[in-house]
Design a binder for this molecule. Sequence first.
Ligand code: 26Y
Length: 849
Amino acid sequence: LWEILSEYQPRTVEAIQKQIVTHIEYTLARSRFTIDHHSAYMATAYSVRDRLLEYFNDTQQYFNEVFPKRVYYLSIEYLLGRTLANALTSLNISGVYRESLRELGFVLEDLYNQEQDAALGNGGLGRLAACYLDSAAALDLPLWGYGLRYNYGMFTQSIIEEKQSEFPDFWLSRGFPWEIERLDVVYAVNMYGFVRKATPAELEDGYKGKFVWEPDMEVLAVAYDLPIPGYKTNTTLNLRLWQSKPSHDFDLMSFNRGNYTAAIALRQECENITSVLYPDDSTPQGRELRLKQQYFFASASLQDIVRRYRKSGRSLLEFGQYNAIQINDTHPAVAIPELMRILLDEEGLPWGEAWAVCVQTFAYTNHTVLPEALETWPVPVMEKLLPRIMQIIFDINCTFLSCVRKRFPGDESRVERVSIIAEGHTQLVRMAHLGIVGSHAVNAVARLHGEIIQDRLFRDFYEMFPKRFTYVTNGVTPRRWLLECNPYLSHVITDTLGSEDWTKDIEQLCRLKDHATSRKLQQQWLMAKRLAKERLILFLKTTQLKDDPNPPTLDPNAMFVVHIKRIHEYKRQLMNILQVLLRYLRLKDYAELVTGTESIPHVVPRVIIFAGKAAPAYTRAKEIIQLIVSAARLINNDPVTRNSLVVFFVADYNVSKAEILIPAADISEHISTAGMEASGTSNMKFALNGANIIGTYDGANIEIAEEVGKEKLFMFGANAKEVEDVRAAYARGEAETIPTDLDRVISFIESGALLSKEERARGITGAGAYRAICDEMRSGTDYWLVAHDFQSYIKAQAQADRAFANPKAWTENSINLTGGMAHFSSDRSVKEYADRIWKVKPCPVPGQT
Ligand code: 26Y
């Protein structure tokens, strides 16, 4: 059998070509003589998948034999991006595939661009999950991811009349060649109905629990497996995504009663569960469908995990010794009562033992301190949809609160504060409290974030369970975020360090610092940056500027400043665009003095790029996008400044666009109001690619500054403590006066300068759509401290201008940044989780790599 397999796995150019052509003919059923780019991509993907599957099967079989303690990462979001380049790099076969395709008439990189992003996530949290899968595989950890297979991923963003419009992302429309459909891995998930006591007859019949849930609806969960290749290792992990499907048994009942339309409607309701990713980060919509998604996800995953464990014949009392389950924020927290339900009702464990298993198994990661992002569910909604789960949550709460009362007798206000149920007009289930009570570890995602959750957000819990709380600073995979996305710089690094070992042993990167002053390295470094900028310029010309009759010239020598992330008030894209407008006004002043030259002398030209999506219902975030787009229109069309300042809003930001933007940046912006950004991860991606940071003392910025030396970055603004103090002063009615520079920009907007032709034609005057923004800036108490931090931000920008004017020192600094980023590899983060939280060890799959 081995011989047959090794014959099947092609190693030579010719054999690979044969396999690709075979897939064209037999998998895609297309003529091999008229291959278009998309078919070539699909056939190549199938051919790579064949190879992945071999490793995948070996890995799963090996895990079943050895039966190590396993980890399950439960996340309702995975922002995977594209797969082909990643798979080829992991398998170390890019070269031979490039060659095979070249002879067939294709350029490998062109085929990469045929692939649709898998955007099953909103932003940082979803991308972190994807990086952690990559690292777990590279580190040979016995880990599986669980998620949902949404039919529509993150919406596609278009800019129409200078505003964001959303369109559905039907990412599966041209097929997704990487997954394996498992029609035989199916679980039934119950919803609605009621709970009753088990009858004596049922108990005699072998029913183990005390209660029976009689559901009104049964949904099926079908598994789709996505192989996650480990970089240069045999280990290939699994990401199992669930898709919902109607259950025949259930709607047959309706059919038999002759209610045809009701039966069809029920089927539709089942299918809807996994049809769309909720596009909100940070403001829950509180829709019943979202709770359905969460429970559907938790139940299918837990049933699968318990079944796998049961097959080994081990005792359920040891479940927590063999299984660790990490819940990625509270979105999957309903998994805790679901495991209780399985242990109590299906396995017949007594309460105390079942609870001990749960706490030993679960760990919870918190990703945000924004109070509006902490999920709650109205008790009546949960009671109706998940009657048995609601009952279990009440029981958990009851036991927990009696512990609290014992520890803190008479402290009823504390009981009220920590209760899983918030009392009020309608009772609410606080999912974060459920997560903390049901886990043995609760972690933040950066040090400052850890301090904030201990001192403020979850202080009462910290006092009860100090050992439960910890932090693991986020990380990013150096494979996708340097090796693959920046081949230019990767070559230079490998050349300098003498081997490619840094891609797996990230500590090697530190040695770059020994060469930071080398003339040769500096020149290569600059050249690599230039190539990345040229690639971005080409991208902008063929997308953004395609229909522009009079496009601005883009100079690769300009300073490229990039600000890409979800649009949110706390991330302060507003502060940046206001700063850009000030820069524009100052350039105009200056140009008046030095007329007659092509470009303005002694000014560092800048190309400033924004990108990011706003939650569809987040009005202010959408106004900020409009402000950026209209400012860009005004600035880019001004003949006086256009050689010194160009501004873009790149529409439809996603992972594959990040891969083009990040390597090209000289500077990136991470300027959240201090204390608000839990960690941030794009800061790490930029610095890893040698881009500097203009940033606040927030999230992981602080640790990056410590690691590389804060004098190497452009840090500014109030720190988290100062933000508290300023807000307290505002609350006392002590408004601040608006800084002169900011006043100038706001007056400029209020003069109507940003109004579009259409708006003017409609008779709109003054600030127009930006009225609310201008008023807030003038209030002297803006909650996100844009006005408060404005002057120090302008100063940081000016420092950056001066530093960029010295290319030698700039490049040396850039090399040192990359050299200082070893700590921010997700390999380090995942190792920390494995050692400190999951207590699992690598389980390397033997055999040739
Ligand atoms: C409840 C629902 C509306 C919701 C959906 C998505 C709430 C939050 C989110 C997403 C949160 C998120 O992406 N948080 C980010 O997590 C990153 C990874 O830990 C952090 O780096 C980043 O600072 C944080 O904002």
